[in-house]
Design a protein around this ligand. Structure first.
Ligand code: NAG
Ligand code: NAG
Ligand code: NAG
Ligand code: NAG
Ligand code: NAG
Ligand code: NAG
Ligand code: NAG
Ligand code: NAG
Ligand code: NAG
Length: 470
């Protein structure tokens, strides 16, 4: 009981010099402290800080200064330091180097312009570092070399123009998104455990994986363990051929919002584990035959808003050597989701989806399709969602409808349709349908409507969203 009383006394208040300056103990054993309006960490030295593991500082007006050369900090166990509510943080020469046990540091949105190697202890124990939303412009090799234990690093939303990544033994996640980078290179072997690399929303014109000279010709296994690479919203106009060959474990590749003009199979060579590929909004993209032939595991492919006028009937398919050593193109057994929204497709070859038999969701909306070739959907017997809104379709044949045996959602809103064929006996699995925005002939429409009502089909409006659920 006495223990509890003591903690309550501490909790009630610790009022120091400035009127608004307060510190609150968050627990009974002096492990965790929350302070307001501190101008230096030394100000809490009157506290029993030896046990302190967690410290959060919330300043609204006060500038916090850390790292004076004559600092007398006594926080040997401080492990979590959250300064993300300190809008003005000044780092003096010693920075955080007097906090020998600091493992989790959050200086997000602190107005910091520069981080120096001297700000951190020689053996830097930090494993999680969030320095997002500052005005950092450079991360040097010297600085990053200090972080041999760093696993989770967030430098998003700064003004970084230059980042040089040295050997970082433990690094698992590196977020450099929303900066000002024009080039970024990463050397194989430097970050052996890097799993996620975010470089989206920079000004990259190129991204390069380099191989150190000494391993180019060696027998060392050349693989990166990277699982997710986000290069979206940059200015990449060209991918380097065979660039991703070392990324055999990559699962997610984001390339949307760039200016890539041509893609062919050499650009994706080696991506044998890739499951999600997003290529939308690349302006005007040309896709060569067999572009995706290496992507054995591909599940989700977004090709929307690319100005595509034509799709090669040989675009899809997974390339494999048969027993006689000859190449053959096999069905892409994992492909489930394909988005072709917002292109300029006027027609499709009936073989287009031949190698995508397991596709479940297909979006062809906002194109200029007039007719659908007979047999187009026959190979895709698992198709559950078909979105053809905003095209120029004048007719949907009864053969087309008959091939949609598993369709649950069918959207044909905003086309030039006047009639539909007899729906009796078709679309056995249909649950929802969008039909508005067509110049329906009254009699035909009444018939279709009867069928929709009898089958208790739900209406889908034009604000339906086609998205992948990963
Ligand atoms: C610090 O922790 C130790 C061990 O848990 C405990 O004995 C000691 O009382 C704590 N010090 C304070 C000031 O609470
Ligand atoms: C450290 O030095 C500054 C001036 O150089 C002084 O104002 C401050 O009181 C000193 N702090 C300690 C803890 O000695
Ligand atoms: C850092 O603090 C910000 C704001 O409080 C928070 O959103 C962010 O998640 C924190 N970072 C980490 C790594 O916990
Ligand atoms: C960076 O800013 C963008 C846009 O303001 C925001 O969406 C994103 O969450 C921010 N990222 C971080 C890690 O703060
Ligand atoms: C990014 O770099 C450009 C020059 O390349 C510069 O004009 C711009 O101010 C920089 N932006 C930021 C946020 O630093
Ligand atoms: C990346 O490599 C290219 C070519 O090797 C070089 O021109 C560029 O300066 C490098 N960028 C950085 C940030 O190291
Ligand atoms: C690797 O080997 C090739 C030929 O086998 C040679 O031309 C090249 O210079 C070698 N590269 C290095 C870095 O040793
Ligand atoms: C890229 O930019 C677009 C349009 O500005 C935005 O909608 C999208 O969220 C951005 N992507 C990322 C990963 O920030
Ligand atoms: C469709 O079936 C219903 C009931 O089974 C029937 O009343 C209707 O006449 C049929 N429509 C056509 C066009 O055959």
């Amino acid at each position: 009981m006495s223990f509890l009383n003591l903690s309550i006394i501490w909790l009630i208040c610790f009022v120091a010099t400035a009127a608004t300056q307060t510190c609150e103990i968050e627990d009974s054993k002096f492990y965790s402290l929350k302070c307001q309006e501190l101008s230096s960490l030394e100000e809490i030295n009157d506290f029993p800080t030896r046990n302190l593991t967690d410290l959060q500082i919330i300043n609204t007006q006060t500038k916090l200064t850390i790292g004076a050369a004559n600092s007398s900090l006594n926080m040997p166990r401080l492990s979590f330091l959250d300064l993300s509510h300190v809008p003005r943080l000044e780092l003096l020469s010693e920075g955080f180097s007097n906090l020998p046990y600091l493992m989790h540091l959050n200086i997000s949105d602190c107005g910091v312009e520069q981080l120096l190697a001297s700000h951190f202890p020689t053996v830097c124990p930090i494993i999680e570092f969030d320095a997002s939303d500052n005005t950092l412009s450079v991360l040097t090799k010297d600085l990053l070399s200090k972080f041999s234990k760093l696993i989770f690093a967030v430098f998003a939303n700064n003004s970084l123009t230059h980042v040089e990544v040295p050997y970082m033994r433990s690094l698992g996640i590196l977020d450099l998104s929303h900066n000002n980078l024009t080039t970024f290179n990463i050397t194989l072997g430097n970050c052996p455990y890097l799993k996620k690399l975010y470089l989206n929303n920079n000004k990259l014109t190129q991204f390069q994986i380099t191989l150190p000279a000494e391993i180019v010709n060696s027998s060392v296994e050349k693989v990166f363990s990277l699982k997710a690479l986000d290069l979206s919203n940059n200015s990449i106009s060209e991918l380097i051929e065979n660039q991703f060959e070392l990324l055999g474990e990559l699962v997610i590749l984001e390339l949307s919002g760039n200016k890539i003009s041509v893609l062919k199979s050499a650009h994706f060579a080696g991506l044998t584990s890739l499951r999600y590929l997003r290529l939308q909004s690349n302006g005007k993209l040309e896709l060569r035959e067999h572009t995706f032939e290496a992507l054995k595991q591909l599940e989700t492919l977004d090709l929307s808003y690319n100005g595509l006028e034509i799709l090669s009937p040989h675009l899809f398919g997974y390339k494999q050597k048969d027993t006689q050593g000859l190449y053959e193109y096999l069905p892409m057994a994992h492909m489930r989701w394909l988005n072709l929204n917002g292109n300029k497709l006027q027609q499709l070859d009936s073989r287009t989806f031949e190698k995508l038999p397991f596709l479940e969701e297909l979006c062809l909306s906002n194109n200029a399709l007039r007719v659908l070739p007979e047999g187009l959907f026959v190979p895709i017997q698992n198709l559950k969602v078909l979105d053809m809104r905003h095209n120029q379709l004048t007719e949907i044949s009864s053969d087309i409808l008959k091939s949609l045996n598993n369709a649950k959602d069918l959207l044909i809103n905003y086309n030039q349709l006047t009639t539909l064929p007899d729906l009796n006996g078709t679309l056995p699995q249909l649950q929802r349908m969008g039909i508005d925005g067509n110049p329906w002939e009254r009699a035909s429409f009444a018939q279709s409507e009867q069928w929709l009502i009898a089958r208790k089909i739900q209406y889908l409006t034009d604000d339906y969203e086609f998205y992948s659920s990963d």
